[in-house]
Ligand binder design. Structure first.
Ligand code: GLN
Length: 207
């Protein structure tokens, strides 16, 4: 039997990219983290992280491992999904320069590699509405630019150029930067609270 206060079980899509860093961060924050590559790995999780990496590679592997449709369905049913950087591109309803279908679950538009060569990577302190405490030190690596967020999307943080750096739509979370490369667990804790809320609602509905 699982207890109400069990740590949430959070899957990390482990096809490519920095999934190991996410799993380590989740464990540091007290979650159970499971790296997943197969459709059967999706069965026992309360939420899923799609990590940073290369979105074209990840979408190709989603097809190869028959994961795209099962993940899309879980997201449409309300399971929390968080995409960081490449993961945010894969979650976005509109994404530039992808050569095959992606998840397209969240009402945002992402432009890949939009920050230009000379600032391929940059770091800055972001005010994030959903997080208590000091600004969040955000690391951007060949980040996408979220150029549009729909009416049902809450913008959690923006860049000085006005683009969106973090957003939430219901149980979907997108960040164009990499919290898993810092030692600040606040985003992972926020996502764990989304996972707990989903698990409680799913358990109540199955009673
Ligand atoms: N540039 C990558 C892409 O377009 C994203 C980079 C990242 O995830 N750090 O998929």
């Amino acid at each position: 039997m699982t207890l109400r206060n069990d740590p949430p079980a959070i899957g990390v899509l482990a096809l490519q990219g920095d999934f190991a860093e996410h799993a380590a961060m989740l464990r540091a924050a007290g979650a159970r983290a499971a790296e997943g590559r197969l459709p059967s790995d999706l069965a026992a999780i309360d939420a899923l992280i799609i990590p940073g990496g290369e979105s074209t590679t990840i979408t190709r592997l989603l097809d190869l491992y028959d994961l795209r449709e099962p993940i899309r369905r879980l997201g449409a049913e309300g399971m929390p999904i968080w995409g960081t950087c490449a993961g945010a591109i894969i979650l976005a309803r509109e994404a530039t320069d992808l050569d095959r279908p992606h998840l397209a679950l969240m009402d945002i538009a992402a432009r890949r590699n939009a920050f230009g060569r000379q600032v391929d990577s940059f770091e800055l302190d972001l005010d994030v509405t959903a997080l208590a405490g000091p600004p969040f030190h955000a690391i951007f690596i060949r980040a996408p630019r979220i150029e549009r967020a729909g009416a049902t999307v809450d913008v959690l943080a923006s860049l000085p150029d006005g683009s969106v750096a973090a957003a939430r739509e219901g149980r979907l979370l997108a960040t164009t930067f990499h919290p898993e490369l810092t030692s600040d667990t606040r985003f992972h804790e926020l996502f764990m609270s989304m996972a707990r809320a989903y698990r409680s609602a799913a358990r109540a509905a199955s009673k």
